[in-house]
Design a protein. Structure first.
Length: 187
């Protein structure tokens, strides 16, 4: 009448070796489906929190989220960056979403930038969308760009490369002229 099911048994038993088979069957194609089922996306890890008594000297880079409550002397690159009310960041802040509640001294680049009423920013802001609450302190310039994350880093090397390229053709066009000044000193 009733039978015991291994699914309902608590703890690992002799059937524990069957558990690895479950993910394999989950990724197998379903009957009637053209494509195999994609594996389930990984759970998003919680934001890394840098506590209020922490002082970091150096750059931070992650694809995840960072919440700063302490002091950072360096650049930060993250997916979501939250600067706490009593936090201080001295360096460039780059993230998809930037929420500033505390103090930032340096450039801020983000798709969405939000300065709350307790924010104190000294530096330029490059953004796609921006929100500045009443009471926020801001000294610097604001520039809107469609892709603020990539253009900021690529613009500097291109700007430096363009003058060099423009200068290079001039000596090639006036190649005989440099030879003439070089010839008299040799004589």
């Amino acid at each position: 009448m009733f039978s015991k099911s291994r699914i309902n048994e608590p703890g690992p038993k002799a059937g524990a070796s069957e558990k690895p088979k479950l993910p394999e069957s989950a990724s197998a194609p379903r009957p009637g489906a053209d494509k195999p089922v994609a594996p389930a996306p990984k759970a998003k890890p919680p934001a890394s929190m840098l506590s209020s008594d922490l002082v970091v000297t150096g750059n931070l880079k992650t694809t995840g989220d960072i919440q700063v409550e302490g002091t950072i002397d360096g650049d930060i690159n993250a997916h979501l960056l939250t600067v706490g009310e009593n936090a201080t960041v001295r360096g460039e802040c780059v993230a998809d979403d930037v929420v500033i509640n505390g103090r930032v001294v340096g450039r801020v680049r983000g798709l969405k930038v939000r300065l709350t009423s307790t924010a104190r920013v000294e530096g330029d802001i490059i953004h796609k969308t921006i929100a500045i609450e009443s009471g926020a302190h801001f000294e610097g310039s604001v520039q809107r760009q469609d892709d603020p994350l990539n253009t900021g880093r690529k613009a500097a090397p291109q700007a430096q490369a363009q003058p060099k390229q423009a200068a290079a053709p001039k000596p090639q066009q006036s190649s005989p002229a440099p030879k003439a000044p070089n010839t008299p000193p040799k004589s």
